[in-house]
Design a protein around this ligand. Sequence first.
Ligand SMILES: Cc1ncc(COP(=O)(O)O)c(C=O)c1O
Length: 505
Amino acid sequence: MTTPNPLTNTISGNRGLQIEEPLIFEMDAPGRSGVDLPAVPQHKERLGGLKRKSEVGLPGLGESQVVRHYTKLSQKNYAIDMSVYPLGSCTMKHNPRLNEKIARLNGIADLHPMQPVSTVQGALEVIDTLAHWLKTLTGMPAVAMSPAAGAHGELCGMLTIRAAHLAKGNARKRILVPESAHGTNPATAASIGYEVDPVPADDRGRVDLAAFKAKLGPDVAGTMITNPNTCGLFENDIIDIADAVHGAGGYFYCDGANFNAIVGRVRPGDLGVDAMHINLHKTFSTPHGGGGPGAGPVVLSEALAPYAPLPYVTHGKNGFDLVEQDDSGKAFGRLKGFHGQMGMFTRALSYILSHGADGLRQVSGDAVLNANYLQASLRGDLSAAFPGTCMHEALFNDDFLEGTNVTTLDFAKAMIDEGYHPMTMYFPLVVHGALLMEPTETESKTDLDRYIEVVQGLARRAKGGDATYFQGAPYHTPRRRLDETLAARQPILRWKPEQAKKAAE
Ligand SMILES: Cc1ncc(COP(=O)(O)O)c(C=O)c1O
């Protein structure tokens, strides 16, 4: 680039260390290579007719260019290893390095899912021990380990529920889902053919029990309820809800994504839950799977256990065994080719064993304490969505921005210039202009205080009439306000060479 970038007024397009970085394909210099591979003599070629007839299309780059490219990209990332990551509902928590060390042990990292069972007894024991802990902590008799993420766990639980109803001769039609539900809940129910019937929230941010009961009927297959819910609140009527849905012949699917707020204190099995997924990344500190490859095991009640998917681990005569066939004919099928994410299982078990039962209880206590510290500290400057204390996340509405001409989005963008990842915005939908913050248990008071100071400062600046500043934020990023709607509707997921782009026009 030789003409100054109009935005930065620099030749390079960079601003200080905010380095512009092209796509790796745009850096292509044909003929350049990081490795010299020997030519294969013709008589040694074994591909015959399968031999590639055209170029692979990989960009030509030297090794140092590749290293720099990926190092620069890695520096563009905001990560929990850099600072507070207050994204509510996502639980961006510290992943202890001990977990990583254990998961990288050769005997674990080098496993292959097709190894004979006799050679992977230790791995099966890891799965079985983790399953034991999950069942014990939730008070549930069975667990399906193979789902690859929370949403995949929802699919597993709902397919189990449908299989149980089908065994009685009728899959039923409707699933009751609160309006405050995570988007994956209605999407899961709809994806397997259920009609989603929304249940309103009451003015306490909980499921409206009367409205819930009024919707029950013989065509209701069950309900999907998150507890603690997406407003960061415990559903106080949860036992009444469970009893009511059971009374109508339905099942209770609990979205257990927020189990990190109650682990070691509440056993969902005691509340009447029939199926519940656990996001291992949220409660047991495995890396985020981004919809997979992660792990979202699903604990199941006695009533649903026979319909659980294959495969599962059992104790056989000669040690552990992986059950691949279902003789009863009840299992609904498979969710994955194999048994699930071994890397995640190992990390989660490492986390559980290094904390023990008391340590896990303290984890949930600290998560709730930190969220309440945040809520109480910010209450004077922001507007809390509901009165009283919260569980693991603090929810604010946009009342505090009224009359300022600053929106929740503007406020969140200004956080970026302060060096923080914004909080979750506009979710849950039941709260106007929502700002949802989840500090997690691993943040120190010092780091929380710094974060609080920044949010307070911004709130005061917004109220002081500095709307133009907020509307232009962020200022210190390589890109500023992107067209999010266009990005969601017409994402460009693949680079194409100029000729291909032209040909497609
Ligand atoms: C309440 C709730 N349900 C479901 C999910 C989906 O989980 P996953 O992202 O692992 O698919 C999440 C994700 O954070 C969540 O917060």
